[in-house]
Design a protein around this ligand. Structure first.
Ligand code: 48F
Length: 257
């Protein structure tokens, strides 16, 4: 016999337990796009307790949509090792030196491998603020996405984290919330967000690894958030840099844990 109330309780027990466990994470990654997923995997592979908060219903960010909705991404030679790590198949394109992968397979495998390693992905959860103590980021403030969408006046919850990664893409949402607080400046030339440059894939992909770094004590940027914060050009549907940026931010954080 199947009992409706037991179904409810099974959901509540596990869902609330996961959320409660997330309140004390070693690393919180904001955004489950390619850079956030890659970062989470490489951290969790070394047994680090990682939570990703993703605003949308489904993880993947800009990856599943490929280019103009065709389910294909391009990866350059430097990114192939990461495709191999995730078991993502790729083809050599007729455009020599460019490789293509199925964007849906890529997203699915990034998500699956991250979860296999123990990453907690909590969807429909918007990070709306950061916690700062002694001039250091020490956590994030979360609220349910539908509550934010409906603009309801409902208070959020706080999550402690040793390190936070802004992997929110073009919008650099975490960094923006930090800059709303008085007297806080980033470790960038202007002290703020430099702003993304116009499309130039070669330059953007060249800069992404040096752009991936700590921008405020205990707050790192990865992926397009790193590009936007440091003022490098955007690069469209080439994803090697996003995956490498995730791996790099994981390495930087691991060195400090
Ligand atoms: O945009 P997104 O895919 O970021 P990324 O990892 O990758 C960028 C590429 O997809 C592409 C590109 C490649 O050259 O240019 O754009 O840098 O994923 C960002 C994720 O963050 C979520 C958002 O829903 C998306 O899934 N997100 C954004 N703001 C918040 C958030 C927030 N405040 N709280 C939680 N999640």
């Amino acid at each position: 016999m199947i009992d409706d109330i037991k179904i409810s309780n099974a959901i509540l027990r596990r869902g609330l337990k996961e959320l409660q466990e997330a309140t004390d994470s070693e690393v919180v990654i904001v955004g489950a796009g390619p850079s956030g997923l890659s970062a989470s995997y490489y951290l969790a592979k070394d047994n680090i307790n990682v939570t990703i908060f993703e605003r949308a219903l489904k993880p993947g960010g800009g990856m599943p949509g490929g280019g103009i909705g065709l389910p294909v991404i391009v990866v350059q030679k430097e990114g192939l090792e990461i495709l191999g790590e995730f078991g993502i198949s790729h083809q050599s394109s007729e455009e020599k030196g460019y490789y293509t992968a199925d964007s849906l397979e890529s997203t699915a495998k990034l998500v699956a491998k991250a979860i296999d390693k123990g990453v907690r992905i909590i969807n429909l959860m918007t990070v709306e603020d950061v916690m700062v103590r002694d001039d250091q980021v020490c956590g994030v403030v979360i609220n349910r996405t539908p509550i934010k969408m409906a603009e309801l006046l409902i208070d959020p919850l706080s999550i402690r984290a040793r390190f936070v990664v802004d992997a929110t893409g073009h919008d650099t949402e975490v960094v923006k919330t930090l800059l709303k607080r008085k007297n806080l400046k980033l470790n960038t030339p202007s002290g703020g967000i430099e702003g993304e440059g116009p499309m130039w894939a070669e330059e953007g992909e060249k800069n992404i690894l040096s752009d991936t770094r700590e921008v405020f004590p205990n707050l790192y940027v990865a992926g397009m958030a790193a590009t936007a914060v440091f003022g490098s050009p955007r690069m469209g549907p080439i994803f090697g840099g996003m995956l490498l940026s995730g791996k790099k931010v994981a390495k930087l954080i691991k060195e400090r844990l």
